[in-house]
Design a protein around this ligand. Structure first.
Ligand code: AMP
Ligand code: MG
Length: 396
């Protein structure tokens, strides 16, 4: 590992190799979590007609205050058949179309009903009326290209009349854990064996980032087993392996990837944990070789793989998005590598405070599971004292 890339250099080298995936149409009900491939515009003015914001009476402001004759009523979806004339009021429900001639709505709580008349207080023009197009106008952009869609986005698109949208295809991600010691969780452990934590880690994180993940069966540290599985994984848009990228005699991933034609872009990042991370490409397939300690896999996934998966979908800011915080306790810095500490965030009157969890070693995935954030401790000498300003990003 001649020269370690900085975090920023490595991230740039990855994102540079991302070729965004083509678009495909999906029904709105399938669009949650997907990234919009083009601006989505409204097919209507929204609201499509002036509507009442209240249950009450549609009136002419000029008739107020006063006693008016109730000439009918409007329900949502059932507009009036005639307009409103001077001296008249019409009952109206929230969402009902304001009848022509009316220019205000008086809340039902503010009137006195007597027979077929209603006494109303003074009311200003436009009161409790939602104007046509007040939310958006026909032809205007409802959701911008590059937006990863949540519930409010798909609701806005539905309200604007879209039955479907154009989104980037989901990246196909193959996950392969390597290591002769690995057993699937649920089986019995033999001597020297441990459960595979990385397969589900990556599947969970990357599905949440929009990928279609296939977890291949873990392979032993054997060249033939590696070759078959890696070859299969290279058919995906992204191949993520764990383990076997360090300098031990059983670390086979890099050499076999190379023999399969993968061009290694870098190996070694000045980050802790996760230093021996390897990244390469075969055509447009991105290949990440993450070191096997589960916390290294977690950190490598958050720093590099998740951003790549989001960038493949056309997300303009694939992250991680850092925020500011202060340290709850002093931490020792690493001289040569930026460190990502697992920490818990706390919101105080003074802003966010982050407290590193106990147990920062890279095999301690259970300790890491007690954290909700990764805090960047930049490389350097000495320590960062309690109260230092640091940057962090939340763990999903
Ligand atoms: P390696 O990167 O292959 O040298 O592995 C580093 C450490 O991570 C070793 O202690 C492995 O046993 C452990 N490890 C590797 N893969 C996994 C995995 N999928 N789940 C849990 N631990 C793993
Ligand atoms: Mg190994």
């Amino acid at each position: 590992m001649a020269e370690l890339l900085s975090l920023a250099e490595a991230r740039a080298a990855v994102l540079e190799r991302v070729v965004p995936l083509p678009a495909e149409p999906v029904a709105l009900g399938e669009a949650g979590g997907r990234v919009l491939a083009e601006d989505a515009v409204s097919t209507v003015d929204l609201p499509p007609f002036p509507s009442s914001a209240m249950d009450g009476f549609a009136v002419r402001a000029a008739d107020s205050p006063g006693r008016l004759v109730v000439v009918g009523s409007v329900a949502a979806g059932a507009p009036a058949t005639a307009g409103l004339r001077a001296g008249e009021a019409m009952g109206i429900a929230t969402g009902g179309a304001v009848p022509p001639g009316a220019d205000a709505v008086v809340r039902i709580e503010d009137v006195v009903l007597e027979g077929n008349t209603v006494e109303i207080p003074g009311v200003g023009e436009g009161k409790s009326i939602r104007p046509r197009g007040g939310d958006i106008r026909e032809g205007e952009v409802v959701v911008e290209k590059g937006t990863r869609m949540g519930a409010a986005h798909v609701a806005a698109l539905a309200a604007a009349g879209a039955a479907g949208v154009s989104v980037s295809r989901r990246p196909r991600v193959a996950v392969l854990a390597t290591g002769s010691e690995l057993r699937p969780p649920g089986e019995l452990l033999g001597p020297g064996q441990i459960f595979d934590a990385n397969g589900v880690l990556l599947a969970t994180a990357l599905s949440a980032a929009g990928a279609e993940v296939e977890v291949l069966p873990a392979v032993e540290d054997d060249p033939d087993a590696h070759r078959d599985a890696l070859e299969r994984g290279l058919g995906a848009d992204v191949l993520v392996t764990t383990g076997g990228v360090s300098v031990g005699p059983h670390d086979l991933v890099r050499s076999i990837l190379r023999s399969l034609g993968v061009e290694e872009v870098f190996w070694g990042v000045a980050v802790k944990p996760g230093k021996p991370l390897a990244f390469g490409v075969l055509g447009t397939t991105l290949v990440f070789g993450l070191p096997g300690n589960p916390v290294s896999t977690l950190v490598g996934c958050e720093l590099f793989v998740r951003p790549a998966v989001l960038a493949l979908q056309g997300a303009p800011e694939p992250g991680p998005v850092y925020r500011d915080a202060r340290l709850a306790a002093a931490v020792k810095r690493n001289a040569g590598r930026d460190e990502l500490l697992r920490a818990r965030t706390r919101f105080t009157d003074d802003g966010v405070v982050v407290e590193p969890v106990t147990g920062q070693e890279s095999h301690m995935i259970v300790r890491a599971a007690g954290a909700d954030a990764l805090v960047l401790s930049p490389r350097g000498n000495g320590e960062l004292p309690e109260g230092s300003h640091v940057r962090y990003f939340p763990l999903a």
